[in-house]
Design a binder for this molecule. Structure first.
Ligand code: 5RP
Length: 229
């Protein structure tokens, strides 16, 4: 099976966790695209009353076009369940997100959710984080200073560029600096360092956050419960 089929399988399984009356956090990316389709089908077939909080305009537009009512994060008192994709998940269920440059809004929605589920194909499950470049979102003002600090720290920063060679802009009109580290030995130490850097709005280390991971594999879908040691 191809990667996109494995993503679809995981997304369709995760859609089964949605219950009538829920407020749902909806992530961003190609796996979430399948999720939104699957949830919209359940809403139609089973007459579910749910509402969504999206982590990007892409997801919001898709969900709305399929009949899922959307709310702003500011306007809900809680989110029951957030389902999102991920770029890497290690053996301790720590993750890297932000391949779609949406990690700041994704982290806002995830940390305001009672339960978090990630949906991935099996290629995203790794022993150690870091092969996937770690995204950060930096405000343009003074960003070269931030870049130099990251470089001096040995974190191998690269501004993310689009196909035209221009710097990618996030939803908030900020830049993305990806850290090409190969192997993140101490995710919590790195998280603390990045959290402390003025000018970095948010980064893609999502630690101690996920509750379940739904993985599409060649042997079928696996639902994993996060255990950390
Ligand atoms: C976007 C993300 C996505 O969830 C992540 O990049 C996975 O994307 P996909 O489902 O397309 O593989 O973090 O910022």
């Amino acid at each position: 099976m191809e990667q996109s089929e494995l993503k679809k399988m995981a997304a369709e399984r995760a859609a089964e966790f949605v219950e009538d009356g829920m407020t749902l956090g909806l992530g961003t990316g190609s796996t979430v695209f399948f999720l939104v389709e699957a949830i919209a089908k359940r809403v139609k077939d089973e007459h579910l009353h749910i509402q969504g909080v999206a982590t990007s305009s892409r997801t919001a537009e898709q969900a709305e076009s399929l009949g899922i009512p959307m709310r702003d994060l500011n306007d809900v008192d809680h989110i029951d369940l957030c389902i999102d994709g991920a770029d890497e998940i290690d053996a301790n269920f720590q993750g890297i997100k932000g391949g779609g440059a949406a990690h700041t809004l994704e982290k806002m929605v995830a940390t305001n959710s009672r339960r978090n589920i990630w949906i991935v194909d099996e290629s995203k499950m790794v022993d150690h984080l870091g092969k996937f470049p770690l995204p950060t979102e930096v405000i343009p003002f003074g960003c070269e200073q931030v870049f130099r600090k990251l470089e001096a720290e040995g974190l191998h920063p690269h501004f993310r560029l689009n196909a035209d060679g221009k710097r990618v802009l996030t939803h908030n009109k900020n830049y993305v600096i990806d850290l090409h580290m190969s192997n993140i030995k101490h995710p919590h130490i790195l998280k603390n360092y990045l959290d402390a850097q003025v000018g970095i709005l948010e980064h893609g280390l999502f630690l101690d956050l996920v509750d379940n991971v739904v993985v599409g594999t060649q042997d079928g879908v696996k639902v994993l419960t996060a255990t950390r040691h």
